[in-house]
Ligand binder design. Structure first.
Ligand code: NDP
Ligand code: 2IT
Length: 451
């Protein structure tokens, strides 16, 4: 390929604003809230939906930085500030090569309703970059974060917009981003959440999303008079922050998580995955899951190149409850059929929108206890909200205090979602329950704030 073609290809890659994923998220909400729009004319009169589906602003910028070979690399940075009716914009940053405006619009849109469900004063946003952190040195990550913040700092603030982590952005990256913000602006405030504990992070923020998913699942199963997770085989996808803390909490409640996965493949360990080994491989070595079977010889590693077309073998593993914790659309109709055929009774979404609409339809039709992401994984952003409270009051809370509050919030969300579903004639449908309850809270506040 000649230099001109190479340059054109680079432009091509950056050209598309693929909104399909955003439409998927939007359609689900619109179908769920249709009965509400019909029953209450105010929502149409004040054009709530028309106003909600358009972000307040999409900030897109260049991030030029220098890699370890002294070469200049250029990435695209974004922040989608979707809606700040309930409080400052709030939502994570994702560093992954698949990031584009459409992906961040879907995530930011979902975040509005998720954050509303927590009952905390936080609006909805999402941001990130198409930067791929894989294989980068610590200093490259640091330089990228500094360059990214060089632009982002203009648009955020403790009372304006408070980013946090998501895929590819954990405690380490938040630390570098915070350090850069502090140096550029000469201010020390809670402008990001998920910070390391030593400079203002909340205890339990790293654990919050995964623990919250399990708390929500326990509450849902109890409410629906289903057997608890105790002694049950569970399947989990992903091997990042959310997956590992879901696995940790599953063990604590007596369940047996037997799978996990990353972008290269999956592990099936019939006696339960070895969490300490996983933490060593993913958090310390930052390596591939393939290494797991070098130590745990009784476990099986299946590489993505061996996956059957259209199916993800995590979901053909028999289980009582399944926890998709990797990424969007990772569980499709064929996977849902496999889960149901193997006796799965419960699916709880740790990732954002991991199940396709066809998979969700099957779960709901089959009366599977289904916990949608915006309710089930709200524990992460809820503890981010608690971190903002701690920062604003210059206080630190104990692990036990944050854990108790997280549990209370997850139970409260479960109750709200269940009661809302009942009130709108779709008992047990937590998808509609979550969408209606989240929408209503934001919509009523939008009406009260005026246009
Ligand atoms: P991490 O970066 O810590 O982990 C992501 C995991 O998912 C990794 O194992 C990664 O594999 C895998 N993964 C990511 N993208 C893909 C892909 N396209 N195909 C296959 N595997 C993939 O992220 P988190 O655990 O923080 O996030 C996981 C999910 O949870 C996301 O949907 C996120 O939006 C959601 N979430 C996160 C919250 C948080 O507090 N962090 C809060 C609420 C939701 P590999 O290591 O090989 O890249
Ligand atoms: O999707 C999510 O809720 C997150 N990535 C966490 C957002 C936050 O602000 O803590």
């Amino acid at each position: 390929m000649g230099i001109a073609e190479k340059e054109i290809k680079k432009f091509e890659q950056n050209r598309v604003v693929d909104e399909a994923i955003f439409y998927q998220a939007m359609e689900e909400i619109v179908y769920s809230i249709a009965p509400l729009l019909e029953s209450d004319a105010r929502y149409q009169k004040y054009a709530i939906l028309e106003r909600l589906v358009v972000p307040d602003r999409v900030i897109k910028f260049k991030v030029a930085w220098i890699n370890d070979k002294n070469e200049i690399e250029v990435n695209t940075g974004y922040r989608v500030q979707f809606n700040n009716t309930l409080g400052p914009y709030k939502g994570g940053l994702r560093f992954h090569p698949s990031v584009n405006e459409g992906v961040l619009k879907f995530l930011g849109f979902e975040q509005i309703f998720k954050n509303a469900l927590t009952g905390l004063p936080i609006g909805g946003a999402k941001g990130g970059s198409d930067f791929n952190p894989k294989g980068r040195s610590e200093f490259e990550i640091m330089r990228f974060c500094t360059a990214y913040m060089q632009e982002l700092h203009k648009y955020i603030g403790a009372r304006i917009d408070v980013p946090a982590g998501d895929i590819g952005v954990g405690c380490r990256e938040i630390g570098y981003l915070f350090g850069a913000y502090k140096k550029i602006t000469a201010t020390y405030d809670g402008v990001l959440t998920g910070k390391p504990f030593v400079f203002g992070g909340s205890l339990m923020r790293p654990e919050a999303t995964g623990y919250g998913v399990v708390y929500f699942t326990q509450a849902m199963l109890e409410m629906q008079k289903r057997e608890s997770l105790q002694g049950k085989i569970c399947t989990v996808s992903g091997a990042g922050n959310v997956a590992l803390h879901t696995i940790e909490k599953l063990y604590q409640v007596g369940a047996i998580p037997v799978t996990c996965s990353d972008s290269g493949g999956m592990i099936y360990d019939p006696h339960g995955v070895d969490l300490a080994l996983l933490q060593e491989i993913k958090n310390v070595q930052r390596g591939s899951l393939e290494k797991y079977v070098e130590t745990r010889t009784g476990a099986k590693y299946i590489s993505v190149s061996e996956y059957p077309i259209e199916e993800h073998p995590v979901w053909s593993t028999p289980c009582y409850a399944a926890f998709p914790c990797a990424t969007q659309n990772e569980l499709n109709e064929a996977d849902a059929k496999n889960l149901i055929a193997n006796g799965c009774m419960c699916v709880a979404e740790g990732a954002n929108m991991p199940s396709t609409p066809q998979a969700i339809e099957l779960f709901l039709n089959q009366k599977i206890s289904f916990a949608p992401a915006k309710a089930a994984n709200a524990g992460g952003v809820a503890v981010s909200g608690l971190e903002m409270s701690q920062n604003a009051s210059m206080k630190r809370w104990s692990f036990e205090k944050v854990d108790a509050k997280l549990k209370e919030i997850m139970h409260q969300i479960c109750k709200t979602v269940s009661l809302t579903a009942l009130e709108y004639g779709v008992e047990g449908n937590f998808v509609d329950g979550a969408n209606i309850a989240g929408f209503k809270r934001v919509a009523d506040a939008m009406i009260a704030e005026g246009v």
